[in-house]
Design a protein around this ligand. Structure first.
Ligand SMILES: C[S@@+](CC[C@H](N)C(=O)[O-])C[C@H]1O[C@@H](n2cnc3c(N)ncnc32)[C@H](O)[C@@H]1O
Ligand code: SF4
Length: 370
């Protein structure tokens, strides 16, 4: 059996940020009590029990939305419910918006078993935070990071976005510098993407030009390397611990996803199974169920590569067969094409992206689409 993770989706936020296309909603536009949402989560977990069985969790991840609006005691109840799957090695993360936490609440989350925190800082610059429609300012963001460390979240991730409207490369670097100085052990550094069906999608802001974006990226990579942060995937940098939960997705291992819009994936009896929950929190809380389906064999090579190539280490040829049940010959020709294009290196045992391949990942993935 493949390693297994649990994802718990909490879909509510104080308000909707203009760039965000996650399955998240303004909390007070719903009349759903958190206790009722918790009960729906527990029922949802039970509905997967034939696939989860007595398997241990590598990681549990409370994502959103803004899980830091869900009380520590309700989060603790969920953790108690799944406690037979938790060991002392289980990474238990939650995402938190800096505008919703205090030293007291962070200590409470820590004491119910959360051992990794991911703070959605986005920027330490007040002007950018305002343009991004964030509910917190730079001072709140710094305070939240400091409180997280005081509450003994030594496994601390900070989310920073770059390529923001009107952002200079100096400003982007300054955000990274502050995050490093604070002492986080992991950084997720995302380039802002303008998504359809968001406020920014409808009224696109003016973004920095291509030259500035390229400068931000190369200076940022260099800066983080100098500060001891290793880039181990497209947007992830670690100085201490990698994120086990994200690695579990990217290795194409198994995950049970519970909550509104959550996705699950299991490799069971030679088949890759998926489930996508109903996105609407009301429908989910009312108990509308989603069916588990088997993924077409033709779609699996692309799905595997889409995830696995995000991580930049060597991939053994055996790994494809062990995680998908399909023979390596199914992908070999297309990998050789990538080798001929200078995007991949391959020997008898394994293959790995070249430096060019890392910057042209979409071109590699396209080979697996036909
Ligand atoms: C679910 S949110 C994290 C927690 C919390 N909701 C918050 O915003 O503070 C996940 C992260 O994805 C990133 N993100 C969201 N929308 C994005 C976009 N359009 N472009 C780039 N990064 C984005 C942000 O850095 C965000 O913190
Ligand atoms: S707080 Fe996070 S999940 Fe909620 S709308 Fe903003 S970016 Fe999206």
């Amino acid at each position: 059996m493949l390693p297994l993770s649990l994802y718990v989706h909490y879909p509510f936020c104080m308000r909707k940020c203009p760039y965000c296309d996650f399955n998240s909603y303004k909390k007070d536009s719903f009349d759903i009590k958190d206790e009722n949402y918790l009960n729906a989560l527990l029922r949802d977990f039970d509905s997967l029990k034939d696939l989860v069985l007595d398997r241990p969790f590598v990681s549990i991840y409370f994502g959103g939305g803004t899980p830091s609006l869900f009380s520590p005691s309700l989060m603790g109840k969920l953790l108690d419910y799944v406690s037979s799957h938790i060991s002392s090695d289980t990474e238990i993360s939650m995402e938190a918006n800096p505008g919703t936490v205090s030293l007291k609440s962070l200590c409470e989350y820590r004491s119910v078993g959360i051992n990794r925190l991911s703070l959605g800082v986005q920027s330490f610059n007040d002007n950018h935070l305002k343009r991004l429609g964030r509910i917190h300012n730079a001072k709140d963001a710094k305070e939240a990071c400091e409180n997280a460390l005081k509450a003994h979240f030594d496994n601390l991730n900070i989310d920073i976005m770059h390529g923001l409207p009107m952002q200079s490369s100096d400003e982007a670097l300054s955000d990274l510098k502050i995050a490093c100085d604070i002492g986080c052990s992991h950084l997720s550094w995302y380039e802002l993407t303008i998504e359809e069906d968001t406020a920014f999608g409808e009224h696109p802001p003016k973004l920095p030009n291509e030259d500035v974006l390229a400068d931000i990226e190369s200076l940022g990579f260099e800066f983080l390397k100098d500060r001891g942060f290793n880039r181990y995937e497209v947007s992830g940098f670690y100085k201490g611990k990698k994120c086990l939960h994200n690695l579990n997705y990217w290795y194409f291992y198994d995950y049970a996803g519970i909550g509104a819009g959550a996705h699950s994936k299991f490799f069971n009896e030679g088949k890759t199974l998926r489930r996508a929950n109903v996105a609407d929190p009301k429908d989910f809380t009312c108990g509308i169920k989603s069916e588990i389906f088997s993924v077409d064999k033709e779609d699996i090579p692309f799905e595997f590569m889409l995830n696995r190539l995000r991580v930049f280490n060597k991939i053994s040829k055996k790994e494809f067969q062990n995680t998908t049940g399909l023979n390596f010959s199914v992908v070999e020709k297309r990998l050789l094409k990538a080798v001929n294009m200078g995007l991949l290196k391959m020997d008898d045992e394994s293959y790995v992206l070249t430096s060019l391949g890392k910057t042209m990942l979409n071109d590699v993935l396209e080979l697996f689409l036909d």
